[in-house]
Design a protein around this ligand. Sequence first.
Ligand code: ADP
Ligand code: MG
Length: 397
Amino acid sequence: MRSLKDIDIKGKKVLIRVDYNVPLDGTRVTDDTRIRESLPTLRHLLGGGAAVVICCHLGQPKAGPTPELSLAPVAAHLAGMLGLSVPLAADCIGPEVKKLIAELGPGQVLMLENLRFYKAETSKDVAEREGFAKELVAGIDVYVSDAFGVAHRPNASVTEAPKFAPKACAGLLMQKEWEFLHGRLSNPERPYMAVSGGSKVSSKLGILKNLLGKVDNLIIGGAMANTFRLAQGIDMGASLVELELLDEARAILAAAPDAGTQIHLPVDFVLATSMKDTVPAVASHTGPVPAGLMALDIGPKSVLVFAEVLKKAKTVVWNGPMGAFENPAFAAGSIGVAKAIVASGALSIVGGGDTDAVVHQAHLGERFSFISTGGGSFLEFLEGKELPGFKALEECS
Ligand code: ADP
Ligand code: MG
């Protein structure tokens, strides 16, 4: 994959695809993490004398231009962060936009309006996407992809635009994701361990199946573990379980030994009557869960068992909280496991929206080797799928 650092950007018109799909409260950006993550690449481009054209999407507009999904608040927020003016073009393609791009000077920024105002951006028809991508890169010298958050989407601005730009490369953020995910996880230092949690086996089934045989140890927590425990014949009371996945869970447990992966399940749980309880009914429960009670976090004994396993790890990948961490009464398991991962000294890679939230809630962000900026894209990577956004960049370098 061609790196931004190998490309001459001085005096060039550079189109950069970023992931600024940020939460808004009216016209106020409530979480600017995604914007902040793009700043190193933007500063590199501006400092190097490029004229920078930013393109991205916001939300899922159903029927063309939707004023509530205009990028105006995002452009204003970025302007504040960069200390530069960031005018927003009224469109993302067309003669007016071309004119603005032609007039844009080195060190200046222009943001294009929401890409998804055009159905072609997300069209299943490749020819339609190609037509839109060609218009998008008109007047552009270099295309830079820095939107790992949409790398799993075959969208025109992600997968077709690099084909039609005179030059295309990965931005600094995209390159870092590539180095850690592809570089460090394709031939990991062993023991290689995965910690998997979250609410549903159904949403993580692909990951569990893909990791079986790849990792030496697979630690399962969160509500997912409830389904696995029930599959082993342990009553889980009122806990969140997926009855239709009991057979899948049994199949995974049965396949693990031959695949060379040791699976570790929680040995105790924190029980309560509801996710809203402020104090657990039982702080550490072993055995069948009584009727009316829910397992809402892994218990302290499980944290110790998991930490003992993790101690030997040389590489750890983590997705999915160990409990309903949004309530502090059920956050100890996730925080305990987060601490055990960083204490192991292993190369540690974390991803997933909620997992990211746990890590930051525990103020451990700096202690992990890498926190992926992808949600869906990180999960698809862990499922073993080839990400179209990576593939497109590989093919044009
Ligand atoms: P990520 O976004 O990191 O991929 P998920 O979305 O799969 O993670 O899972 C996070 C959700 O799982 C959180 O909302 C959390 O409350 C929930 N969860 C974890 N453990 C439990 C549990 N034991 N009971 C109910 N919900 C749980
Ligand atoms: Mg989530």
